[in-house]
Design a protein around this ligand. Structure first.
Ligand code: IMP
Ligand code: MG
Length: 177
């Protein structure tokens, strides 16, 4: 396994895009009564969420949610939420912050959970989107970059818990070397 140089998305491009997303989100969520709840999906989205909240000009709160998907033998993987947010979501504007929208199964289950809490609004913001991999019908309301079907790491994304701290996003090649 090795990182493919140059990075697919260099740190500077990520920073620029995160600033743009922060500006769009600030415009969309202007004049809300209470801070927007950024619900960051553990663990991959923590780096993005930390930067995004500093790029938003409106008040935000942050909480976390975690889900586990079981690949299983059937094509329809079961998703279980393993860590729940502590902030009550009822009546709040909730923005789910995810690292990457892949098959969409995990994120769809998380959005279902959020909507069951009767929030004032629920929206999805993802840094990366791999539309070619989608297995369920789900779209991001805010998306940073659309990428091809490649396995990527860095800026919070991992392969077996490695590479999360890289400032840029790299393709991880499957070949040995
Ligand atoms: P899905 O959308 O339910 O298939 O799962 C998305 C999750 O799988 C993401 O939140 C990541 O944790 C992980 N994932 C999917 N694609 C990648 C990738 O290219 N690199 C690292 N993690 C990935
Ligand atoms: Mg994830």
């Amino acid at each position: 396994m090795h990182l493919v140089e140059p990075p697919l998305i260099p740190a500077g491009s990520i920073a620029r895009r995160v600033r743009e997303m922060g500006a769009s989100l600030s415009a969309c969520y202007a004049d809300r009564r209470m801070p927007i709840v950024l619900l960051a999906v553990l663990r991959g989205s923590v780096v993005f969420a930390a930067d995004l909240m500093r790029a938003m000009a409106v008040p935000t709160a942050i909480d976390f949610i975690r889900a586990k998907s079981y690949a299983g033998t059937r094509s329809t993987g079961r998703v279980e939420i393993t860590q729940f947010p502590e902030v009550p979501l009822k009546g709040r504007d909730v923005l789910v912050v995810d690292d990457i929208l892949d098959t969409g199964r995990t994120t769809a289950a998380i959005l279902d959970f959020v909507r069951e809490q009767n929030p004032a609004s629920a929206a999805l913001c993802t840094l990366l989107d791999k539309p070619a991999r989608r297995a369920v019908s789900i779209q991001a309301d805010f998306s940073g970059f659309s990428i091809e079907d490649r396995f990527v790491v860095g800026y919070g994304l991992d392969y077996e818990e490695r590479y999360r701290g890289l400032p840029s996003i790299y393709e991880l090649s499957g070949e040995e070397g």
